[in-house]
Design a protein around this ligand. Structure first.
Ligand SMILES: [Zn+2]
Length: 574
């Protein structure tokens, strides 16, 4: 492709509305333009990267035995009412009516449509398993679209769904998709981790997220430095040393004055005890009424875990007035003793003895409290946030913290949708059984954006070769027709293209400085500079975008050198 002919409007300045680096660079590199909030057009350079991503996805999905379909974006309300999600999905669902007043939505996901498709066709266990996927546009009415392609209202997804006859088959499908996803992100040349995740509103019993690691990532991850354990902080667990000494004698409880001491730090310093000797009681407002969550002084409550434990979608820390109403004391002195609400305590602190807790009285705390004797707990559960440095739950090596961008998600759905939509088959005994499902998503544009978040510098994008819109850019410093510089550049261009390389020739009549800047901005992995000085010795310069180290190569050997570079880069990825 000739630079003078490609529709590639670059921007010198960072666009004001772009908050994250991938959004800024995709705008500046002429890959995308915004149409309206959370809705983007893809320009030729952007499309080229998207297509590369899609090709890798298709190859790996097909290799894993999945088959491509295309499902409608426009979906009738009846299907969503059948699954119960028409009401449950809330305001993020784009809803519309046709001229006959029939209700529809623009699909944010396709569990209903795919289940409807197979329930009409699959009759017997002999037709199973089936694994279908599509690469298609999704819609979600985000309350606050932002971060460019990271959180849009219209976005490209690959979504796939497996149907099996039993749990063992479903696990096998899940494992195959997990492995396919690992290959996909490895082939993209991305540093990523697969982590155990919370299933959120899609439901289901088990799920993994694929996270592209980047300091700018929205998600916090904890991963083992030694084994494969990794988890979203929302569900990470750790191996904690046993808390409390089983030999310790229970002391009689006392109530002490703690004038004006409210925070863990204030109370523990005043009483001269470590934070591990204090239990804090946090009152949450939940659909089941106020609930007390108890964790150790040095622990933090993880609200996603609390939501899961209570099976509640909406919970929030209680306002001051509610805390006072429930405990009869000002905020800062809440404690579980004597409360009549549901009390959920962090399971790792079950062994604590003789601990401190608010006394539900202004300026007073209990000392030497003990669980069974003084604080009857309704439920023990994992409700705390794991911290970096704690031991891996599998091998006890320290966990490290990472930031990541979620780009893929695999779920074991079980029979949630097949039961709701009555998608059944006859097993070998002639019994009717629900199909066992899995679902598997990859954000296509989001992965491309995440690749930029992970790979960029002050000058622009540094594409991993597999996702680069072009592999090579040839930059002649002189484009005068007939000049040795331009003619050499042209003949290299023809030669590289004939060899099957994806080449951009910067034939614009611009100063070399401007061309170099643009090449760095759009991030083509290898730049070939052709200039009169080098040509005196019959050499051109090879400059990888990532390392910026210049290598002089004789013109006749340049193709070989470029091919060696590409082979090396692709080798790093597979
Ligand atoms: Zn480990």
């Amino acid at each position: 492709m000739l630079f003078s002919q490609i529709y590639l409007p670059t921007l010198r300045e960072k666009p004001a509305e772009a908050e994250v680096i991938s959004h800024q660079l995709m705008m500046r590199a002429g890959m995308i333009r915004k149409l309206s909030s959370g809705v983007y057009s893809f320009l030729p350079l952007g499309v080229r990267s998207l297509r590369k991503m899609e090709t890798i996805i298709r190859e790996e999905m097909d290799r894993a035995g999945a088959q491509e379909v295309i499902l409608p974006a426009l979906q009738p309300a009846e299907l969503w009412q059948e699954s119960g999600r028409w009401d449950k999905y809330g305001k993020e669902l784009f809803r519309l009516k046709d001229r006959h007043d029939h209700e529809y939505c623009l699909g944010p996901t396709h569990e209903e449509v795919i289940t409807d498709l197979v329930r009409h066709e699959i009759r017997s266990y002999r037709q199973l398993p089936v694994n279908l996927y599509q690469i298609q546009t999704k819609f979600r009415d985000e309350i606050r679209p932002r971060f460019g392609l990271m959180r849009g209202r219209e976005f490209g997804m690959k979504d796939g769904y497996s149907f099996d006859r039993d749990e063992a088959g479903a696990e096998d499908s899940y494992r195959q998709m997990f492995e396919a996803y690992s290959r996909i992100f490895a082939r993209c040349g991305l540093k990523f981790k697969s982590v155990e995740a919370d299933s959120g509103t899609i439901g289901g019993s088990f799920s993994h997220e694929f996270m592209v690691l980047a300091d700018t990532g929205e998600d916090a991850i904890l991963a083992c430095s030694l084994c494969a354990y990794g988890a979203n902080v929302e569900r990470a667990v750790s191996h904690l040393p046993v808390v409390g000494n089983p030999e310790e004698e229970l002391r009689p409880v006392r109530k002490v004055d703690t004038p004006g001491r409210k925070t863990v730090e204030e109370v523990t310093r005043f009483l001269d005890i470590p934070a591990t000797r204090l239990v804090k009681t946090l009152i949450y407002q939940t659909p089941q009424g106020p609930v007390g969550i108890l964790v150790r002084g040095d622990q933090e409550v993880n609200e996603t875990k609390v939501r899961r434990v209570l099976d509640a979608d909406e919970i929030s820390l209680a306002e001051e007035a509610l805390v006072e109403q429930v405990t009869g004391a000002p905020v800062g002195f809440a404690g579980a003793v004597g409360l009549t609400i549901l009390l959920v305590a962090e399971e790792t602190i079950r062994g604590m003895k003789n601990f401190v807790m608010g006394a539900n009285e202004q300026d007073r705390h209990f000392v030497d409290l003990n669980w069974e004797r003084d604080v009857p707990i309704s439920r023990w559960a994992d409700v705390r946030e794991v911290q970096a440095g704690e031991g891996c739950p599998r091998c006890r090596s320290p966990l490290s913290a990472y930031r990541g961008i979620e780009v893929g998600h695999v779920f074991k759905l079980g029979d949630k949708y097949s039961r709701a939509l009555k998608a059944t088959f006859l097993d070998a005994q002639g019994q009717e059984q629900p199909l066992i499902m899995g679902c598997y998503g990859i954000g296509v544009g989001r992965t491309v954006a995440a690749a930029i978040e992970q790979n960029h510098d002050g000058d622009g994008i540094i594409w991993p070769l597999a996702l680069a819109p072009f592999q090579v850019i040839i930059t002649p410093t002189d484009v005068t027709a007939g000049s040795a510089t331009f003619e050499t550049a042209r003949s290299l261009y023809d030669q590289y293209r004939a060899a099957g390389l994806e080449v951009l020739l910067d034939d614009r009549d611009e100063r070399p400085g401007i061309k170099f800047k643009d090449a760095d901005l759009i991030g083509i992995p290898l730049r070939i500079t052709v200039g009169p000085k080098g040509l005196q010795e019959n050499v051109v310069e090879l400059r990888p975008r990532a390392t910026k180290t210049v290598q002089r190569v004789p013109v006749p050997q340049s193709l070989e050198a470029v091919q060696a570079f590409i082979t090396r880069e692709l080798g790093k990825m597979s």
